[in-house]
Design a protein. Structure first.
Length: 227
């Protein structure tokens, strides 16, 4: 029987295998907002911080928020400022210009919005249309995608555009595919042994002759502005 992975192992799999799959999404958003020097960016649920690194590479000053200690520790290894909860507003901290959240948690959004400047950009992203995503579902798996437009409305934000980005999930082999997908949180509610077995079966149609696994996916993002 395959041993149940620890939180540290899952975090490592996210950082080493899965996180890079979202690079096209981050790059498209940063290009559209022209993120660069002088911008202060807050990444909500930032994982191991790759999205923050991409923004920092453009000259932005970045801060992350990540509630999972194992991922927060990996972000710290990348010399990033990553907090367990959104920072409180105060005179010592200039308000943020941009907030990003992939797979947003509606419960965490109000505290993050409180530290944004007036007119700041809020970028919320999640899976695109189900027919354009090939990541397998497993019974008992994680939460369904968030209704981004409804979340913007409930938060009292002003819509300011949206977009779709092609984010293929490509893996060198079946083992990497299973480990990467299990690190996403999509299957957290399922029995880990059964989830692994079902993933292997579901991924066979996407396995190439060289053993690589290729899953085409579309992600959707919305941009809104604070009042």
């Amino acid at each position: 029987m395959t041993p149940t992975p620890t939180a540290t192992h899952v975090a490592r799999d996210w950082a080493e295998i899965q996180e890079r799959m979202l690079v096209p999404l981050y790059e498209a958003v940063y290009d559209r907002l022209e993120v660069g020097p002088g911008d202060r960016l807050l990444g909500l649920d930032c994982g191991a911080g790759l999205g923050l690194l991409l923004a920092a590479g453009r000259g932005a000053r970045v801060t992350g928020v990540e509630g999972r200690p194992a991922l927060r520790a990996l972000a710290g290894e990348r010399v990033l400022e990553v907090l367990a909860a959104p920072p409180g507003p105060g005179p010592e901290r200039r308000p943020y210009d941009v907030l990003t959240s992939v797979g947003p948690d509606p419960r965490a959004l109000p505290a993050a919005l409180a530290v944004l400047r007036r007119g700041a950009a809020v970028v919320l992203a999640d899976w695109g249309p189900p027919e354009r995503c090939t990541v397998p579902a497993v019974p008992g798996g994680g939460p369904a995608p968030v209704d981004l437009d409804a979340l913007v409305e409930r938060a009292g934000l002003r819509p300011d555009g949206s977009g779709r980005v092609f984010c293929p999930f490509g893996y060198a082999d079946m083992e990497s595919a299973v480990r990467g997908l299990l690190s996403t949180g999509l299957y957290d509610g399922a029995d880990p042994v059964q989830a692994e077995k079902e993933l292997v079966e579901a991924l066979h149609p996407f396995e190439r002759s060289d053993g690589a696994v290729w899953l085409p996916n579309i992600f959707r993002y919305v941009i809104a502005r604070t009042a």
